[in-house]
Design a protein around this ligand. Structure first.
Ligand SMILES: [Zn+2]
Length: 82
């Protein structure tokens, strides 16, 4: 993963919500996304809802990549505007 180095590169990376979400997920979980509740690696990303869903059987299977971060209070569109 390469970090954007110039304002133009930042604008290019973060102008697409899906690309920005995957970029943030790579920073947060460099070894792959893990469930916030059980730690399982069996997680699906749902791009239409900006959420991840754990494939294990437990409650609260869906979680945002922003959970537990300062970005939790921001909407998907706000992240996209970065
Ligand atoms: Zn889980």
């Amino acid at each position: 993963m390469q970090f954007p180095g110039t304002p133009i590169e930042v604008a290019r990376v973060f102008s697409d919500l899906d690309v920005a979400t995957k970029f943030f997920a790579k920073i947060r979980w460099p070894l792959g996304v893990r469930c916030q509740h059980c730690g399982s690696e069996r997680v699906l990303y749902i791009p239409t809802r900006c959420t991840c869903e754990c494939l294990e059987k437990h409650t609260r299977r869906q979680f945002s990549i922003k959970v537990g971060t300062i970005l939790k209070i921001a909407s998907c569109q706000s992240i996209n505007a970065l």
